[in-house]
Design a binder for this molecule. Structure first.
Ligand code: SAM
Ligand code: SF4
Length: 353
């Protein structure tokens, strides 16, 4: 069954506010709780060559092409966000490597000269042919999603029989110089438990940083359930019992991943406990969807339309104020663990993880 959410009605859209007499733009994006936002995730497409069961339904209708931000629009929004203190950008999707001419976008973002960090998350399947071009375009940081080391389970999870392409993609990325490559593993109970030690060994024996992400209620098939969340604590205990671990950094960091290193000094793993230990109080992220909506949280149920004003001739300053106002209106945090939790209408591939 096709899942298609009426696009312009996806979430309440905040009205644009007049920008006259608003004083100078702030240099930083600070919300009502004092959190400073310097980290922007940009989804460049909602399309994907996989259908991961925790992310997308089998049948998916995509945004019409004219809904999708052009590269020029993405670059302009990045430049505006940078004026407001954003200096980290991650490109995501959908699958970013299915969008044509991606290296051109990477180069253009680098050429802005305003980003301290530019990275990309991919399922890895097109890396064998694209790793070199992305490197040449200036990309240096790469996350590759790989939830299992078993080709059969991989086919079940992604609904595509492309395990060996992803492995070839990881190898190609390492060959051209990406280091360290982070591997994202979505930890779903019933799938991940029996491979925790295999992934730990991968992190120990090769130069990958493996990061386990708790399964979030953003799937397209409605399979999420608290009981399906393999918790960060369980992962830590299982791996730590065999390969002793210690915190890599004392105290809180702005990153959602808590890093642990193996006590014998051989590699590290990351845990992203979004569900059981939300890091909302430290959140520094905003997101722009492929169809040009600004979201202050993965789980937000409202969003700000940037694309319409952008295409209607709004000035950089007007767009900047929309971003400022959205961040100022950000909520304290998601309510996954509360009775009143409302699942966003978009699934993960329509937001950009
Ligand atoms: N297609 C690319 C990929 O898979 O890496 C980029 C987009 S994907 C939406 C970004 C990240 O979100 C991936 O690491 C993916 O595993 C993760 N993800 C997707 N659905 C998720 C869910 N329901 N819970 C936790 N992580 C999820
Ligand atoms: Fe595609 Fe990534 Fe979602 Fe898998 S997790 S369906 S690869 S967007």
């Amino acid at each position: 069954m096709a899942v298609f959410i009426p696009l312009e009605a996806m979430a309440p859209v905040r009205p644009a506010r007049a920008t006259v007499e608003r004083g100078p733009l702030p240099e930083r994006l600070v919300d009502g709780f004092g959190r400073v936002h310097n980290n922007l995730r940009i989804s460049i497409t909602d399309r994907c060559n996989f259908r991961c069961i925790y992310c997308m339904p089998e049948e998916m209708e995509f945004f019409p092409r004219e809904f999708i931000l052009t590269y020029e629009e993405i670059v302009r929004l990045t430049r505006i966000a940078a004026r407001l203190g954003v200096d980290k950008v991650r490109l995501t999707g959908g699958e970013p490597l299915v969008r044509r001419d991606l290296p051109i976008l990477v180069r253009s973002l680098g050429d802005l000269g305003v980003l301290r960090d530019l990275s990309l998350t991919t399922n890895g399947v097109r890396l064998p042919e694209m790793a070199q071009e992305l490197w040449d375009a200036g990309l240096r940081r790469l996350n590759v999603s790989l939830d299992t080391l078993d080709p059969q389970k991989f086919a079940e999870l992604t609904r595509r029989n492309l395990f060996h392409r992803v492995i070839a993609g990881l190898e190609a990325a390492a060959r051209v110089g990406f280091h360290p490559i982070k591997i994202n593993v979505v930890a779903i109970r019933g799938y991940a438990e029996d491979e925790l030690l295999d992934f730990a060994r991968l992190a120990r024996e090769q130069a990958y940083q493996v990061r386990f992400i708790e399964f979030m209620p953003l799937d397209g098939d409605g399979m999420w359930d608290h009981a399906r969340v393999l918790t960060a604590r369980e992962i830590l205990e299982t791996i730590g019992a065999v390969y002793p671990l210690e915190r890599a950094h004392p105290g809180p960091t702005p990153e959602p991943a808590t890093l642990y290193r193996f006590r014998d000094g051989r590699g590290e793993i990351g845990l992203i406990p979004t569900v059981t230990e939300p890091f909302c109080t430290r959140c520094n992220r905003i997101r722009i969807t492929a169809d040009g909506k600004l979201r202050y949280c993965l789980f937000a149920i409202e969003e700000t339309d940037l694309k319409t004003p952008l295409r209607a001739g709004a000035s950089d300053e007007e767009i900047a104020w929309l971003i400022v106002d959205t961040v100022r209106g950000k909520w304290a945090g998601h309510a996954i663990n509360q009775a009143g939790f409302i699942k966003p209408q978009r699934n993960m591939s329509q937001i950009g993880g």
